[in-house]
Design a protein around this ligand. Structure first.
Ligand code: NAP
Length: 483
């Protein structure tokens, strides 16, 4: 942290109602690459969560009554500051989360792009007029902010998962309470520092940090003053939170787990497919919700694909993300690495063949080697579970029909990818895949202009794009009579 050029970005307190709030106990933040404690953050809990909700409620009238232009200007300032401090923010992110610095810089730019995008969209919250069934009536539709928004986000994208939600909420005129993952609170607190410098008024953007996920989550999802709850994380926790939100009938958005298939047809450009699969699989050490989870390859090109893919994987360097040239950082914890190792072992016992990797890496406790397994089938643990680690299971298939059937054979429906050069097939497969997002000859699909989100048990709601504001707006219909 002493290498930050702006030391004020390193904050160790919750940010509530425009003030930094200390607590009696502290929460240790560790660097997953070294195990070293890098910060002791005030450990907030239920009391501070209630305070943050109250601050957001009090600020709502003032913020929602600002013109869209005023909100847009403040958000633009925030975007500019995030980009000006990209290097420092990336360093904080790598130190608490582990991803290589270049990837962390990419996340800062990606997250900031949502603040920029929604600052522009704030001015385009259009209503509607509808032809009325009677001559003396007029029907008008307006859109209004829902109110206080509460969020819970995971450790794998400590900046961007908050930016995607807060950007839309603030643009719509809502106020916001963020509760980041307890492993990675520092990126969220640095965002709060920059929100304050940007001129975003007290109470509009609050960050409560604490390790009582259950207790804080219960308050955020059940509080009557929270109008909307938005969550990114696992499907299992998402289901609990949806249940809790039912008590006050909140608007709910869920960005949950995935099990992305990456399909390579025999008419594909195999080299392009290899490049796309590497990008989609190994980013963030395989710890992203849209990561390739299963590689499905048509049987007559499986040997060629596997050889070329293995060649590419051998070039990936494992190590501390702050070191130049590292492409795979640590996993978030030893427990997470052990879980991946267990999936690999069980699948080998069930008949999968280890082609590359398959062990903990010598770089340190939390590191796992990039791994390739072949002769995998959809029922093996490595295919049926969300891996969340740097392992590529390769499954072969006979034809298009079987590829779609295997790809859809999961309760998840977040992202899917396929490579083909046949235009008819591209349409058929795009329409046949039960997923919210499809990469066609592309392994990296997420950006602020596009609607991000899943179907089935991967959640509901969309983040980013012109659709992203809808989750933060209520539709109000005015019936004007006596005309
Ligand atoms: P997780 O266990 O569900 O944790 C996510 C967040 O929920 C963390 O802030 C965690 O706090 C909190 N939490 C845990 N238990 C809770 C409870 N009972 N009540 C309230 N909050 C609770 O997920 P994870 O393993 O950290 O993250 C990985 C998952 O997120 C994967 O399934 C991944 O696919 C999904 N994800 C989805 C998207 C998407 O956009 N669809 C994006 C990124 C990640 P603590 O950290 O303090 O425990």
């Amino acid at each position: 942290m002493d290498k930050l050029s702006d030391q004020q970005l390193f904050k160790q307190f919750s940010y509530i109602n425009g003030s930094w709030h200390s607590s009696e106990t502290q929460l240790e933040v560790t660097n997953p690459a070294t195990g070293e404690c890098i910060a002791r953050v005030s450990n907030s809990g239920i009391t501070e969560t209630n305070m943050a909700i109250k601050a957001a409620k009090n600020a709502f009238k003032m913020w929602s009554e600002k013109s869209a232009n005023e909100r847009a200007k403040l958000m633009r300032n925030w975007f500019d500051l995030l980009m000006q401090h990209q290097d420092d923010l990336a360093r904080i992110l790598t130190l608490e989360q582990g991803k290589p610095l270049n990837e962390a810089k990419g996340e800062i730019a990606y997250g900031a792009a949502f603040i920029e995008w929604f600052s522009e969209e704030a001015k385009r919250v259009y209503g509607d007029t509808i032809p009325a069934p009677a001559n003396d009536k007029r029907i008008v539709v307006i859109k209004q902010p829902v109110g206080v928004v509460a969020s819970i986000t995971p450790w794998n994208f400590p900046n961007a998962m908050i930016a995607r939600k807060a950007g839309a909420a603030l643009a719509a005129g809502c106020t916001f309470v963020a509760r980041p993952a307890s492993e990675t609170p520092l990126s969220a607190l640095a965002m709060a520092e920059l929100a304050e410098r940007a001129g975003i008024p007290a109470g509009v953007f609050n960050v409560v940090v604490g390790d009582d996920a259950k207790g804080m989550g219960k308050v955020l999802s059940e509080h009557p003053d929270v109008a909307k709850f938005t969550f990114t994380g696992s499907t299992a926790v998402g289901k609990i939170l949806i249940g809790q939100c039912a008590s006050t009938v909140k608007k709910v958005s869920m960005e949950l787990g995935g099990n992305a298939p990456f399909i390579v047809f025999d008419d594909a450009d195999i080299d392009a497919a290899v490049t796309g699969a590497i990008a989609s699989k190994y980013r963030n050490a395989g710890q992203t919700c849209v990561c390739t989870n299963r590689i499905l390859v048509q049987q007559n090109v499986v040997t060629e694909f596997t050889e070329k893919y293995t060649q590419a994987v051998t070039k990936l360097n494992v190590g501390d993300g702050t070191i130049e040239g590292i492409s795979i950082g640590p996993m978030i914890s030893k427990k997470a690495a052990k879980q991946v190792d267990k999936l690999v072992d069980e699948s080998i016992k069930a008949g999968a063949k280890l082609v590359y990797g398959g062990k903990f890496d010598s770089a340190g406790d939390n590191f796992y080697q990039p791994t390739i397994l072949t002769h995998v089938n959809n029922d093996m643990p490595i295919a049926s579970n969300e891996i969340f680690g740097p392992v590529s299971p390769i499954i072969s298939f006979a034809d298009e029909h079987q590829a779609i059937q295997l790809a859809n054979d999961t309760e998840y429906g977040l992202a899917a990818y396929f490579y083909s050069r046949d235009i008819g097939r591209i349409w058929r497969v795009s329409e046949g895949l039960e997923y919210g997002m499809i990469g066609v000859n592309e392994g990296l699909i997420s950006n602020a202009a596009a609607p991000f989100g899943g179907v089935k048990q991967s959640g509901n709601g969309r983040e980013g794009s012109k659709y992203g504001l809808d989750d933060y707006l209520e539709i109000k219909y005015l019936c004007m009579g006596g005309i």
